[in-house]
Design a protein around this ligand. Structure first.
Ligand code: ADP
Ligand code: MG
Length: 388
């Protein structure tokens, strides 16, 4: 049994004086390209990362749920009533992700059973690699296993997003949860956020994916994120469609010529429309094994996110610039919602060993108050049961 799972089983025994019946895992994700497109019904190209949330579970004879996390203090206990009350103190707010999953599963008609849960995760919290989606998807799997029920991975992703939207109150798209629930090992996937169709494609041989956490936490991200969403919605309305997915660059420019969009709306829409095109082109690059062209599209994506969508910051721009100047880097961009969090770079395998420490060193020199972290990752499998 891997060390992390063994430690989790110990934590479960310590908390509940019994052995768990089973365990599940759900990975974090990194989006290679296709940013701020998911809520516009467009395309993105994520993969699951080799970091995950794991949950041991054991069914109880009553309708109570107890939950502990190795990354948090205390036991949170609640009954499977409906509605399930939210946390009343800040210290137990993390468990709202778990409660939200129980709530939406019950709302969907699943007959849940009481259970004891122990959680551990090595997806860094709040850095844009989707520890929240990993926690939701893993919670869904644990509740379903304890209840002897099952749902498709796509359904689990949709309900996880619903838990985050309606119970936790974060207005996220489907990208994070669908990546965690439905990824394929060794593959990135073109995600059509309208149909939820996933088309896997392997990363080109000879290159690695390197994630760099700037250490900058997204302060006012919720309001800025919601503002971008509203601007996209308003742009779509001005262009006579429901979602920017249905706009072409030609249609956009015609509308601009007729004065239907102001300068800000034009820039926001231009990013989204171009990013959809870049994402499909990047997928074609994967199919053709063309890592160089893929890297160029990553660079273009970052430029638009900086200049047109305006969701980068000095730390993200700095990390990307440093990465690109290092040998073997084929492309680099911010990943996730922006305003902080992580970048993702495509680096030739033979250059990775030198790239990682050098990126960290140069970034620390430029941003001495920040604590960066660099992770090299392969494409991991999507969520599922874990052997005990
Ligand atoms: P991200 O999804 O980018 O990591 P979010 O702010 O969306 O950031 O979600 C992070 C939150 O998810 C944490 O603050 C915590 O409440 C919850 N969470 C994630 N992983 C764990 C864990 N292993 N144990 C407890 N809570 C977790
Ligand atoms: Mg999240």
């Amino acid at each position: 049994m891997p060390n992390r799972t063994a430690a989790l089983v110990d934590a479960f025994r310590n908390a509940y004086q019994a052995a768990p019946s089973g365990a599940v895992r759900a990975p974090g994700r990194v989006n290679l390209i296709g940013e701020h497109t998911d809520y516009n019904h467009g395309f993105c190209l994520p993969m699951a990362i080799q970091r995950d949330v794991r949950i041991c579970w054991r069914r109880r004879d009553d309708d109570r749920v107890r939950v502990v996390s190795m990354e948090q203090q205390g036991v949170v206990e609640f009954a499977l009533t409906t509605p399930i009350p939210h946390a009343t103190d800040k210290a137990s707010r993390w468990a709202d992700y778990v409660k939200g999953c129980a709530q939406v599963l019950q709302d969907a008609g699943v007959n849940l059973k009481g259970c004891d849960l122990a959680i551990t995760g090595d997806v860094p919290l709040g850095s844009g690699l989707s520890s929240s989606a990993a926690l939701e998807v893993a919670s869904m799997l644990a509740f379903l296993a304890a209840a002897g029920a099952s749902l498709s991975n796509e359904e689990i992703a949709k309900l996880s997003q619903k838990a985050e939207n309606t119970y936790v109150g974060t207005n996220c798209g489907i990208l994070d949860q669908l990546s965690s629930a439905c990824a394929t090992e060794g593959q990135a996937m073109l995600m059509d956020c309208r149909t939820l169709r996933l088309t896997p494609a392997p990363l080109p041989s000879g290159v690695s994916v390197v994630i760099a956490d700037t250490g900058k936490r997204r302060g006012l991200v919720d309001s800025a994120y919601n503002e971008r969403r509203n601007q996209c919605e308003a742009g779509a309305k001005a262009l006579g469609v429901l979602h920017l997915r249905d706009v072409t660059m030609h249609g956009l420019w015609q509308a601009v010529a007729r004065g239907r969009l102001d300068a800000t709306a034009k820039r926001r829409c231009e990013h989204v429309v171009a990013e959809d095109g870049r994402t499909i082109a990047a997928f074609a690059c994967l199919r053709a094994g063309d890592a160089v062209a893929f890297g160029e599209l990553m660079d273009q994506s970052h430029a638009d996110l900086r200049d047109k969508f305006e969701v980068t910051c000095a730390e993200l721009d700095g990390m990307v610039a440093i990465a690109r100047a290092l040998p073997g880097c084929l492309g680099s961009r911010m990943t996730g919602a922006g305003f902080g969090g992580c970048t993702v770079s495509l680096v030739r395998d033979e250059a990775v060993a030198a790239f990682v420490p050098e990126l960290e060193k140069r970034y620390r020199a430029e941003f001495p108050t920040m604590t960066p972290a660099v992770y090299v990752t392969r494409a991991a499998a999507g969520a599922g049961a874990l052997a005990l």
